[in-house]
Design a protein around this ligand. Structure first.
Ligand SMILES: [Zn+2]
Length: 287
């Protein structure tokens, strides 16, 4: 066991980010805790900083690598994607050393941190664009009792190429992707819940898997325009229910958007402007 000592690590392009490593004092897994892969998501960095404070000096099996601000360029600008190349860091793992700064940064994170870890907790939030029902995402059934420690809605995260947690699960070990608050602000209750759950997980706890596990069905924009949601987080909807409307920029109606499936609203778009292909509503379908 050792006291936490933060250091600055400099990645491709020269941006620096704080890193802390804690040895729990006995053999066990190496946990990588990451947040702010998207720069407008604020619960995760603070949950990790609090977990580091609590775990330092505590005895636990294994080791923790804490990376609270995984995309310092986007974080500094307060935006989702890397300003330098408009890259979405959470779509380019395990990265490309010969790409633009975002895939280079992913490659550096992967080689420097992920390649030494056995377990990953990657904390996200809805940011400015999306309102999320808090979910604990996981990929494999064997990981569900660890995901359940968060006490959030359980979510079977989709196998989206380039997503940090998905690529980590394919190559390294148990991986969790959390979606916490939204609105480009920090929700204190969610921050506290996440911080406590991280400490319990690192100390080896699991929890019984209660309630449904949801897979997601995304409703994306067919047309660009002015989007207005007509649904609430956590709302149970039936097939055919209207979940939002799309108008042209001159205000004329393009279409009502109806859900093609019954389920629970896990996420919806907050920002009014939408381009073809943008996510509008994420429907959770119980397995
Ligand atoms: Zn995110």
């Amino acid at each position: 066991m050792s006291d936490a000592a933060w250091r600055q690590e400099r990645g491709p392009g020269g941006a620096a980010t704080p890193v802390c490593e804690i040895d729990g004092g006995s053999p066990g897994p190496t946990w990588l805790l990451s947040a702010a892969i998207h720069g407008d998501e604020y619960e995760g960095p603070e949950a990790i900083r609090r977990a580091v404070r609590e775990l330092s000096g505590m005895k636990f099996p294994g080791r923790v690598i804490a990376l609270p601000v995984a995309n310092p360029m986007a974080y500094a600008a307060g935006v989702r994607c890397t300003p330098e190349d408009r890259g979405n860091l959470n779509r380019v793992f395990p990265g490309d050393a010969n790409g633009s700064v975002t895939p280079q940064w992913a490659d550096w994170l992967w080689r420097t941190f992920a390649a030494r870890a056995d377990r990953l907790i990657d904390l996200h939030a809805g940011g400015a664009f999306f309102e999320f029902d808090p979910v604990a995402g996981f990929y494999e059934d064997v990981d569900a009792p660890m995901a359940a420690v968060f006490g959030f809605t359980l979510w079977r995260a989709p196998p989206t190429p380039g997503v940090f947690s998905h690529e980590f699960r394919q190559r390294r070990g148990s991986a969790f992707g959390l979606e916490l608050g939204f609105g480009g602000t920090r929700d204190e209750k969610l921050t506290d819940t996440a911080h406590r759950a991280i400490v319990r997980l690192v100390r080896g706890e699991t929890a019984p898997v209660h309630g449904p596990i949801y897979s997601n069905h995304d409703i994306s924009a067919l047309h660009g325009g002015e989007w207005s949601s007509r649904c609430r987080r956590g709302q149970e909807i039936k097939k055919g229910d209207v979940v939002g409307v799309m108008h042209r920029l001159d205000g004329t109606l393009i279409s009502e958007i109806r859900s093609p499936i019954a389920g629970r609203v896990l996420a919806f778009r907050r920002v009014a402007s939408a381009q073809p292909g943008d996510l509008l509503v994420g429907i959770g379908v119980p397995e």
